[in-house]
Design a protein around this ligand. Sequence first.
Ligand SMILES: Cc1ncc(COP(=O)(O)O)c(C=O)c1O
Length: 445
Amino acid sequence: MTATDRIFHRVITNDWPQISHGKGSYLYAEDGRAYLDACAGVHVVSIGHGVPEITAAMQAQADKVCFTYARFLTQPQIDLAAKIAAMTPGDLNRVFFVSGGSEATEAGLKIARKYHLETGNPKKYKVITRWQSWHGNTIGALSMSGRSRWRDDYVPYLLDFPHITFPNPDHCPYCKDQPACTLSCADELERVIKQEGSEYIAAFIAEPISGTSCCGLMPPPDYFPTLREICDRHNILMIIDEVVTGYGRTGRNFGIEHWGVIPDIIATGKGLSSGYTPIAATIVRDEIYDGIYKKENHYVHGHTYGGNPLSCAIALAVQEYIEEHDLVSRCARMGDLMLEKMKPLENSPLVSAVRGKGLLTGVEFAKDKTTGEPFDPQEGITASIVNRVFEKGVLIMPGSPGVIDGVNGDHIAISPPFIIDEEQVETITGVIAEVVAEMERELGY
Ligand SMILES: Cc1ncc(COP(=O)(O)O)c(C=O)c1O
């Protein structure tokens, strides 16, 4: 038994390289190999690895105090909440700190429930969600998720929440024979609300633009405005999951801003600290907060590390760094370049779609793109592409299994740090194109 055998690995077929350090967009292994981090770990790292301003802020706060609990406030917590509130659209001004994205979406669920309890609608408890969505691994968050493969083992524990169709124009069961999008996937929300009974529905949850479930997919222009209108009509809170898209990754502070829609609750995580510390936040409209505290003086929920001063000081330093270096605009610019460079991949017989917004780019593969026939999932096409790209020194993410219907559909996700430069974009697109060409040859196209 070696020292690494003490780790409970998530996958035991891989030989994991050991990373010694990171700098900018690169991670460096103990054996000297460099990896271009073209997925920001897991859509997390925005400002790059090893930024001295952040380690200095970390040290400065650590010298003062690292941990306090709910009885106390600290300046970093106050300042970070103010900074986040200033970045959000509309009156999303109340910030509830947690430690990760699953905690953030699950806090959203509980906030929605509590709001309805306190405002005279005690029957409302269900959350409507979408297939092929991802909102996290804890049981509440997993119940709200539509990633079939990740739900399978835990189905007996999951809450009975309704799922509606995911808005993917390339695989839409409603519009495939129509000349244009009919928005039937949005109308499905109304139908499900009526069938379930609106008196039982507390909230609807969606990612504005998908991360790993269908990277870079932009729903049609009227999709979110239509959903907002339906939610309003039925007194259903709209929770937007910005765990991947929040804090700049799509070229706006928050992904939902691309539609001008104001949600009731926003769940955030990953990019809040760019990976320098585990921290996440659920942000709530004033009206929802006031509703919860109309008669009550207590929202019964919280985690030990929520709002700890060290994490808040680090996240604050990260958000200030993003602002000072205008990295959200840079992300939009480099995202456009990435998409432009990646689009020619659609000329390959293997590539059925290239999608993107900001630095969230997705590539989908098909066995026969003229008929849309997918590869047999057993062929492991996604894993094979990701592994070959990795061997060439570039990290990308496998898209979650079954982008088409939960079972079928291979795809990859590319989401580098915002500081990526033109040359690195060329390297990423070049390596992916090389691997696609290799696969074409081997598969006999
Ligand atoms: C959209 C989305 N929401 C929620 C989560 C859960 O976040 P965490 O893994 O930090 O719990 C993720 C994680 O990948 C995510 O992509």
